[in-house]
Each structure stands twice: as C-alpha cells, then as structure tokens.
Design a protein around this ligand. Sequence first.
Ligand code: HAM
Length: 414
Amino acid sequence: MNMEYLSTQPYKGVRDFYPEDMAIQRYIFDGWAKTAERFGYARVDASIFEPSALYRAKGQENEEMVNEQTYTFTDRGDREVTLRPELTPTLARMIAGKRHELYFPVRWYSIPNLYRYERPQRGRLREFWQLNADVFGDNTIACDVDMLVYVANIFKDFGATLDTFVIRVNDRGWMNSVFDSLNLTDEQKRAMFLLLDKKNKITAAAFDAEAKEIIGADFTLPSPSADSRIMQTVNILHDLGITNVVIDPAIVRGFNYYTGLVFEIYDTNEENSRALGGGGRYDNLTEMFGGDPITGIGFGMGDVSMVNFLITHQLLPENLTPAPTLTILPLEEIAAGEAIKIANKFRAEYIATVVDATDRKLGKKLEHACDDGIKFALVLGSDEVTSQSYTLKNLFTREQTTGTAEELIKKILS
Ligand code: HAM
C-alpha cells in the first residue's frame, strides 16, 4: 500500500510541550506569578481572538505588526478576526470597558499566549507566552521606578544577579521635546525614531549621515538634564540598588503607543542578543474607546527568551518534571479493583500514586519507575491483599518497610 504519512512535526514556529517542556514552562510561569503577586498585581486574561480593528485603531498602529505579523482571518459570520499578537490593546479595551467600576491605580498581570507571523529564530517563535504587567491610572515617577524595581526582582527571584542582565531605558517624551526644539515635522520625527531604533546596529558614521539626511543638519543628541524625569528615575533606581539601569537613546520601541519612559531588558551574555522583555508608558491607549484618557505603564517578556536566559546562566533547576511518589504493582492474580482501592487510600492523603497492571516484567517495571523518579513501589500479591499488610520499597535507598496502608502512609509522609 502506498500511503502518504503526515509529518509528526508541529506547525512552523510553534512548539509541542512534552512533560519535561511543560515542567519548565510551569516553573517559569509559577515564578512569574509569585513575583507579580508580591508586587500587588492581580491576574487577568482574555480570549486569543480579537476584532482586527483593535490593532488598526489610530494612535497605536504598528504597521509591521498589523500588515505582516498578524494571523488574521474572516470567520463564518464575515467578521475579521486577529489572533492576539500582544495583550496591551486588549488590556486597554478591558480597562476602558470597566473604567467606572475600577478603583485606580489598577495593577494587572497575565501570561497570555500570543501569535506573530515572524521568522522563527533564537528567542522568537510564532506562538509564545508573554508575562504582561501593567499599572493603569498612575503617572508618577514612583510608579515608573517601582515598575523597574519589579522587573529587576523577576530576575532576582530566579536567582539571577544584576550583572547577568541590563535594563536599557529612554524617554520618548524627552526625545519628542528634543525633536520639537529642532522644529521637526511628524514625518521627520518618525524617521528619526526608526533611525534611533537601529542605532546600535549601524556605525556611528552611518547614523550621523542618515540623521543629516532626515533633518537636513548635523544631529547631536543632548544629554538629559539632571532634573529631567528620566534622570530622576535612573538616579532613584541606582540609590535603590538597581545599578544595572542605563540610559540608551537607541531604545525607542516598535509600538507607536508609547509616550514616556520606554525600556528593554537584555541579557549581558551575547549569546542571547534579542531583548528579553520590553515596555513603557503610554498615555492614549484607551482613547479609541472614548472617554478621558487613562495613563498606563507596563511591559512584556517572553517565555522563549526566558528559558534561554535561565539555561545560559545555569539557573534552570534539573529534574523539574513531577513524578508520582508511589507505584502499585499488582501481580497477575490481583483483581483490578483491589489495586485501585489501595491506591485510593494513598491518594486520599495526597500521595501521588499510580497503578501499573501491565504485563511487563516486574523487574522492568521497578527499573522504569526508579528512572522516572518514582520513590516508592508496592508489589501487591494475594498474600498482601488477604493480610492487609504490605511491603513498601524505597527505590532510591532500597530500604523496605512492612505495615498496614495507614502505617505506610505515615512512613511516606515522614
Ligand atoms: P514586545 O517588545 O513586542 O512588547 O514584546 C515583549 C517581549 O515579548 C519581547 O522582548 C520578547 O521577550 C517577547 N516576544 C516578542 N515577540 C516574540 C516572539 N515572536 N517569540 C517569542 N517571544 C517574543 C509588547 O508586546 C508590548 N505589548 C509589551 C507591553 C506591555 N508594553 C506595555 N505593556
């Protein structure tokens, strides 16, 4: 028979999560959740589907994102739908929708899966998860500072030291005022932001030449003054011991919605060259839903680059895959219900228990259980069932204990 078999590979740029991958994901998500909640953020989520118009609305158009990087389709009811490429517009929608019920400032975090039609590469895929944390309704310097203190703590909580990552900051408000003082048109400003975005990837001479072409004169970026918001922010952070924050005029961020502080987090190991996370302050995002603008500040960081970061710095613990604690191995003569009845006694005490009634050899079963990280085995024969006295084997130490189920439960929990 000549049959075309399907590939077992997943779709391009997405991942299958086998138990060991799932265990890593869970470790990261649990860590993210813990730090977020320690800083007072409440968890939210939404659907992966959004009306495409959400990403086209004025003031937040990111042309590359909308035109080239979204998964957009027309549903059976003729609606144009986009799989969310980021969460920020969704959050703006949710905040605007409940603006009269919410008590500001609002602190929300989430770990959504997002979809971007990107060229898959190290740290970038087509489906990824992203920690998002945003504060709405607080435009103070204290809020900017605390956001970056929180960012630094996410890394610290995974065991990272401040020399393993750097937070590059800039202020789009300040950049805009520099451009205003040069009387640049909106078109020229836009071109300058794009040029700054690639500043670290081109030579100084190439940057100067292109800048001159855009503004028609030599361009020198002034330093922010000591009393500027960005300098104050950085100084407070340094005083608070977050010393790996640096001002970098090349940080302008791809999304047009940012209006103030912008930042990106980088691994200091060049193996991971793409940003680990990024965000900033945006003042007009709820505008498209009407009503007074609500200020927001937040960031996103991806799971793919986080795994790379943790592996690079040897911060990912081994043996994250959870294993049951006990395996019950009934001999042939044992009725199915009998083994499960005993298993349930252990489960009732929150001891993770499996029953392996397959006809593989007992020796093999014990070997595999040990390899899988199962600590205890209980071989169940008719003698054990009659006497209700069982022998528990510790597969790691080879120690054996005989007793009733209650006694063995105590032993396991001790
Ligand atoms: P973003 O810079 O597009 O910002 O993404 C933030 C982070 O998400 C990146 O630094 C990276 O870690 C991760 N990321 C982005 N694209 C991919 C991809 N294709 N594969 C894997 N990871 C990726 C935003 O999304 C803003 N909405 C963040 C924000 C929240 N701003 C304010 N609040």
